[in-house]
Design a protein around this ligand. Structure first.
Ligand SMILES: Cc1cc2nc3c(=O)[nH]c(=O)nc-3n(C[C@H](O)[C@H](O)[C@H](O)COP(=O)(O)OP(=O)(O)OC[C@H]3O[C@@H](n4cnc5c(N)ncnc54)[C@H](O)[C@@H]3O)c2cc1C
Length: 387
């Protein structure tokens, strides 16, 4: 497929519009971590401001709070967003995962009910799929949603749910047929997190903040209208959601291009005492970030021409997670002993941000499906190797 890497006048004008809005509105002082209650509130406020400018989710149709942009415009938006140093998106699981899923599988009522509130960050969404015995092997999930009149009664234990400690709603996977096995009999159901029968318990991470949570469902009742798609179609829908997650939206290239640029600047400041070999690691990181951007433009071009994301979503996920880790490892090496200073340390300057980034990058090969599992998928479905 041929990709025209020149921007059109319309795209350039769009970039200018995003840039000037960001310059005027991005908070001048960094917000507190979105994994804390105070930080979450600040991020919610920021997302409201974004939405007031109609920048909440630019690819969505106008009636849901978007601008009807295409994927190339979305990439431009992301480039300007990260360039401006704008805050991380607290509602990323909503806007990047559930949003596209509802667009494809939701009813008109569900779209009207959930999408505008999601764009405005009135509701922060969490993903409630993993269970203590069902992570990589998600089809082993055991939580149930059994019908009682016009409601489902939810029962089970979900875990590792990012930002559930501060979120309002979750999209979960439940067995609606308790006798079913593996991928059959699963449904995709939305449930509120502050609700009778729903207990959320934060799990402190390595940095001490409760970045994710476990969710206990103890006979929580939700209307049948909260189910997305048909009963029993949950696995199929979830795999489409996972495709959005791994393939395109969750980690846009701009995030890594900004990190690569900062890494080059860091290297320049420490070049004199840098370990031998780090120059090529830093150069490789910069090239990888550029290559990832070009590859994403190629995926976007293909999708705009009516194509879909397939197994290459797994290649993509491995690439960005390993690249992110390599960049942060290089930064840690460049900083030497100072790398361990936390943000609160008097002498930390920007060192603490690298440490935070490094700790989060460590999770990249795990969340959104571990890289070992992605390699299995590539081996079997792309290379045709035996199970
Ligand atoms: C930061 C972070 C955020 C997360 N956010 C969410 C979220 O919002 N919602 C949610 O539902 N979940 C979330 N998760 C959970 C994540 O999806 C799971 O941790 C992941 O799927 C792995 O499952 P597990 O932890 O049970 O590990 P296991 O499945 O027990 O795996 C343990 C190890 O064994 C390997 N392994 C397992 N099976 C195979 C196999 N067949 N072949 C080769 N190797 C294998 C794995 O790769 C891994 O290294 C998050 C995780 C992290 C770290």
């Amino acid at each position: 497929m041929t990709i025209d890497l020149h921007y059109t006048p319309g795209q350039n004008a769009f970039r200018t519009e995003v840039r000037s809005w960001m310059q005027a509105h991005v908070p001048k002082t960094p917000l507190k971590s979105l994994d804390t209650l105070e930080g979450a509130e600040q991020h919610r406020q920021w997302e409201r401001t974004l939405n007031e400018g109609r920048w909440g989710m630019v690819t969505w149709p106008k009636e849901f709070g978007g601008r009807g942009c295409n994927l190339v415009e979305w990439l431009i938006f992301e480039e300007e967003y990260y360039r401006a140093g704008a805050p991380l998106r607290i509602n990323q699981n909503g806007i990047f995962l559930l949003g596209p899923t509802l667009m494809e599988f939701g009813t008109a009522e569900q779209k009207a009910k959930y999408l505008p509130r999601m764009a405005a960050c009135e509701d922060i969404w969490a993903q409630a799929w993993s269970e203590p015995q069902a992570g990589s092997d998600l089809a082993a999930l055991r939580a149930t949603a059994l019908r009682d009149g016009d409601h489902y009664v939810l029962k089970g234990h979900k875990i590792w749910s990012s930002r559930a400690a501060v979120a309002d709603w979750a999209f979960g996977m439940f067995r609606t047929d308790p006798a079913s096995q593996r991928h059959q009999g699963i449904s995709f159901i939305l449930f509120p997190l502050r609700h009778p029968g729903v207990r959320v318990r934060g799990i402190p991470q390595i940095d001490g903040e409760a970045g994710f949570a476990e969710i206990y469902l103890e006979d929580a009742r939700v209307p049948i209208a909260n189910r997305v798609g048909e009963e029993g179609q949950g696995w199929h829908i979830a795999m489409a959601t996972a495709g959005f997650e791994r393939g395109l939206m969750l980690r846009s290239p701009a995030r890594f291009q900004v990190t690569a640029k900062k890494l080059v600047e860091l290297y320049r400041r420490h070049a004199d005492d840098a370990e031998p070999g780090l120059a090529s690691v830093v150069t490789q990181a910069w090239m990888d970030a550029e290559a990832y951007a070009l590859n994403t433009y190629m995926t976007a071009t293909r999708l705009m021409a009516g194509g879909s994301i397939g197994v290459e979503a797994s290649l993509n996920k491995i690439f960005w997670s390993e690249m992110d880790l390599a960049m942060h490892r290089a930064a840690m090496s460049l900083l030497g002993a100072r790398a361990e200073l936390t943000k609160a340390a008097p002498d930390a300057a920007d060192v603490g941000n690298w440490l935070d980034g490094f700790l989060f990058a460590l999770a990249g090969p795990i969340y959104a499906g571990t890289n070992e599992i992605q390699r299995n998928i590539i081996a079997e479905r792309l290379l045709g190797m035996p199970r």
